[in-house]
Design a protein around this ligand. Structure first.
Ligand SMILES: CC(=O)N[C@H]1[C@@H](OP(=O)(O)OP(=O)(O)OC[C@H]2O[C@@H](n3ccc(=O)[nH]c3=O)[C@H](O)[C@@H]2O)O[C@H](CO)[C@@H](O)[C@@H]1O
Length: 383
């Protein structure tokens, strides 16, 4: 049956990395379908960082549920995300719901779609650490989204293989690359002239090489972040010839731990506020090494030819380890010092960087994804 209501897509996100990775998909869909047929919902799960990314990416959000509360328990925010989207989907009846990654917002969008009999497309499907508690809650949320999604947009062949192992039908899986890299490429083209980074206390890269640090994972807040700070302090003191710049995540527990450890200043360790995404993408390629527990940084740093020391015990991006572009140093940073020495003394292998660029889709992922979604919408139009 064909109706007169135009078929439309609902896109749900709520955190900085989701908007970074969905922005090029939203742009491509809006260019092809028109604004009215692509409705972007923000849950507001992580207010300040999300707003910063939306601003850097010049993105228009249609509905902002603004659900963030102070010290929100995961179960409570999950309940509120599902309820808000459920009401919206019942009223508007989108024909396809798109979510990205592994956040509470992504799972909430997928669940609300599923409960309203709306097909769900999952961007970044199939990333697995194979450890349900690490990253927590993300690994569990990704696996649960895979169970209820019907279009699985896997970034890499390994991600596809993970989905096949879990019994997802092959004809529902598409290898599409990483749209986060589309954002990186576009943002770097737009902002090549930036020279200083951060609000207030800013960092201005000088003649010294510098190491870029980010840390924020929830599971690290159980004690690993304390140990990491200890290990980082020793490493920073051993390398006066290198600057270390750390944009500190706004999570109060992260800030409290960092402030407690670094109560007296080290001349070559610079703390700055979280960097706007455009500044981050301009600073990143100038870094000598990245030290981070972030998922996105594991994709972006190697793409820019910058080696990364991953402050985790496991990663869902094994390709960067296999290619020699990343090293796992443990969440506590037990191997940080050794890995940094090794990384500083080696040249980055250009063929490996090029392989990673190919795997990530070289900035073309959003076009591939939007074509798949539009075909699915057209099929719904025939019903
Ligand atoms: C390990 C893991 O499970 N990570 C998941 C997590 O994100 P992830 O761990 O990537 O989340 P982060 O908060 O680290 O965000 C990373 C993004 O923020 C940018 N940045 C970082 C610091 C800063 O000061 N300024 C700035 O712009 C980075 O360049 C990157 O693009 O949710 C994402 C969204 O579903 C998923 O894709 C990731 O798989």
């Amino acid at each position: 049956m064909t109706t007169n209501v135009p078929k439309h897509i609902a896109i749900v996100a709520g955190t900085r990395p989701e908007f970074i990775k969905l922005a090029p998909v939203i742009r491509s869909l809006r260019a092809k379908l028109g604004e009215a047929r692509v409705r972007v919902y923000s849950t507001g799960q992580h207010r300040s960082l999300m707003d910063q990314a939306i601003h850097s990416l010049h993105l228009k959000v249609d509905v902002d549920f603004d659900l963030m509360t102070h010290a929100q328990p995961a179960a409570e925010i999950q309940r509120r995300v599902i309820s808000a989207l459920d009401r919206e989907f019942q009223a508007r009846k989108p024909d396809l719901v798109v979510v990205q990654g592994d956040t509470i917002s992504a799972f909430g969008g997928a669940m609300a779609g599923f409960l309203n009999h709306i097909p769900v497309a999952h961007v970044e499907a199939g990333l697995r650490s194979h450890n349900i508690n690490n990253p927590w809650p993300e690994e569990g949320l990704r696996q649960m989204i895979a169970r209820i999604a019907s279009i699985h947009l896997a970034p890499t062949p390994i991600a596809k293989e993970n989905l096949l192992q879990e019994g997802i039908a092959e004809n529902c899986i598409h290898i599409v690359g990483n749209p986060g890299i589309d954002s990186l490429v576009a943002t770097q083209e737009e902002n090549s002239g930036l020279q200083r980074f951060g609000d207030g206390e800013h960092f201005h890269p000088g003649s010294k090489p510098f190491v870029l640090v980010t840390m924020h994972r929830r599971e690290a807040l159980q004690g690993a972040l304390d140990a990491f700070c200890e290990n980082l302090e020793g490493t920073v003191k051993n390398h006066p010839e290198i600057d270390f710049v750390w944009p500190v995540h706004p999570n109060p527990k992260v800030r409290e731990t960092v402030e407690r450890h670094f109560d007296s200043a080290l001349p070559n360790l610079h703390f700055v506020e979280p960097l706007p995404y455009d500044e981050m993408m301009t600073l990143l390629p100038k870094a000598r090494v990245v030290i981070s527990d972030s998922g996105g940084m594991q994709e972006e740093a190697p793409y820019c030819g910058v080696p990364i020391i991953v402050m985790r015990d496991v990663t869902e991006r094994p390709e960067i380890i296999d290619l020699g572009l990343g090293k796992l140093a443990g969440a506590c940073g037990a191997r940080l010092s050794d890995e940094l020495e090794r990384t500083l003394s080696a040249d980055v292998d250009e063929p490996s960087v090029n392989k990673w660029r190919d795997i990530q889709g070289r900035g073309q992922a959003a076009e591939v994804i939007s074509e798949i979604l539009i075909k699915r919408l057209a099929a719904a139009e025939q019903v």
